[in-house]
Design a protein around this ligand. Structure first.
Ligand code: NDP
Length: 460
């Protein structure tokens, strides 16, 4: 049977775009369909605009800190939200153009339409009202914000999707959730001048991260003026004057906050709605994620899925790796081993920032029994003159038998940058002795990583 395309990619986000470009480079005839904007969540309404907003929000502290270094006048600085949004939009448009050109230059046909399965090899292009066929198909539709709609009033809340396009900076905001997006946006809105309440249902934000990072970050966020409410399970959200009078968020423990805006940041769910996967024999898990094997192949032999839609690890670089490997394997005939998900460095662009890789202390103790802990908290040099009471945290977790570093956790300026390189060290199973044998760079914060000599012992 002759097909219209060798490969049809559904979704032009990080994973889909990479797979399409690489497959076309191997000589395949490729089409990619996108229902929103080429670039996907990361570029259009995720990682990239978020980081730009983080930079914007940090200036309020930079202006305050400058005083300690002899600067004045910055106290009169003002911030204009529409300018930031417009500047951010221009940059996103530029990146969107680069992505489109990259695909076009590779010979990929871009179809600006939603695509849904009409059969095992058939795709219905909703906007164009026509069907195309493909020998192989890649599902790269990502994930969408999850909002618990069983909570009365939840529909009044925005998600990160809308946060990038608000008309005004809210005077106050309640952010529900305690993960990546909640803490990142709490820092953004707080830095820009909103009164921020973070409502988290559990005992401490950032479940799954090292406990020292979690408590240290919560303390620093409090210090910056963010009101973190834990054990705050949202019961209902009331709207006042059609939203003009703001909203009251009620929690089951009796806590309530009245705010101008409410934002849900309670995770993201695989975007498989109405894709009609059943028409192609593609199985999904209970949480709607596309089931894949270690090579990203679905239950249908000619269909693969990469990135957030598989719900394995919702990180852009993982989707890109999976997409690239898929194209190299299937269209380049290369023998690419399955991706190793065990050591993935990650950063949370909270304020202060988190950079982390490897096992948390709790995971290491569970897996290996006793472990050696090296940790230090200190005031970054900049704050000796700025006067800011903010501490940096560095922590290494070491296997006592082999001396291999199992985990490295940093909270403070540029923690994400440091975690990228620590990722290399953990990947090659560097030992604590290797850290110790490395000459420090002075004066840096990172020198602490190679000068920690005393094992931490819990207080008696
Ligand atoms: P996360 O999974 O990080 O956090 C979700 C949060 O919402 C958790 O605190 C969770 O609580 C809470 N939650 C879940 N369901 C409910 C509910 N029904 N009611 C109340 N609270 C709830 O998701 P995010 O939305 O923050 O981000 C999505 C993903 O995007 C992240 O997991 C990450 O992989 C990726 N991302 C990465 C970034 C980066 O690399 N810097 C930045 C932003 C996003 P609990 O812990 O109790 O389950």
């Amino acid at each position: 049977m002759a097909f219209d395309f060798d490969l049809f990619v559904i979704g032009a986000g990080s994973g889909g775009v990479r797979a399409a470009r690489i497959a076309a480079g191997h000589g395949a005839k490729v089409a990619i369909a996108e229902e929103y904007r080429v670039g996907g969540t990361c570029v259009i309404r995720g990682c990239v605009p978020k980081k730009l907003f983080v930079y914007a929000s940090q200036y309020s502290e930079h202006f305050e800190d400058a005083r300690g270094f002899g600067w004045s006048g910055q106290e009169n600085a003002t911030f204009d939200w529409p300018t930031l949004v417009a500047r951010k939009d221009a940059e996103i448009a530029r990146l969107n153009g680069l992505y489109i050109r990259g695909l076009e230059n590779a010979g990929v046909e871009i179809i600006h339409s939603r695509a849904e399965f009409a059969g095992p090899h058939e795709l219905w292009l909703v906007n164009e009202e026509r069907t195309v066929t493909a020998e192989r198909i890649l599902i790269a539709t990502g994930a969408v914000p999850y909002v618990p709609h069983n909570v009365p009033g939840a529909a009044f809340a925005i998600t990160s999707n809308e946060a990038f396009h608000l008309k005004h900076l809210p005077e106050s905001i309640a952010i529900i959730g305690g993960g990546y997006i909640a803490v990142e946006f709490a820092g953004i809105f707080n830095g820009l001048g909103s009164r921020v309440h973070l409502l988290y249902r559990g005992p401490q934000i950032l479940r799954g991260f090292d406990d020292d990072l979690r408590s240290h970050l919560a303390d620093e966020m409090h210090r910056k003026g963010i009101n973190i409410l834990t054990h705050a399970v949202v019961d209902r959200i009331d709207r006042h004057d059609g939203g003009a009078g703001g909203y009251t968020v009620h929690c089951t423990n009796g806590e309530e906050v009245r705010v101008a805006e409410v934002m849900y940041a309670t995770g993201r769910e695989p975007n498989t709605f109405d894709l009609h996967l059943e028409k192609a024999g593609v199985e999904v898990a209970a949480n709607d994620a596309v089931k894949v094997d270690e090579y990203n192949r679905t239950s249908a032999e000619h269909i693969w899925a990469v990135g957030d839609v598989t719900n394995r690890c919702q990180l852009t670089p993982v989707a890109i790796r999976e997409g690239h490997a898929f194209a190299d394997r299937v269209f380049g005939g290369l023998d690419i081993p399955p991706l190793d998900y065990s050591i993935i460095p990650t950063a949370v662009f909270s304020q202060p920032e988190i950079g982390t890789v490897g096992l948390t202390e709790a995971e290491a103790r569970e897996r290996h029994g006793e472990v050696d802990i090296y940790k230090t908290t200190f005031r970054p040099m900049k704050h000796t003159l700025s006067g800011r009471e903010e501490k940096m945290l560095m922590k290494l977790i070491v296997h006592p038998g082999t001396d291999v570093v199992l985990g490295a956790h940093i909270l403070g300026p540029d923690a994400g940058e440091l975690a990228q390189l620590l990722g290399v060290l953990l990947k090659i199973k560097a030992k604590k002795a290797d850290f110790d044998a490395t000459i420090a760079i002075h004066p840096t914060a990172a020198e602490e990583l190679v000068t920690m000599r005393t094992k931490w012992t819990p207080p008696a």
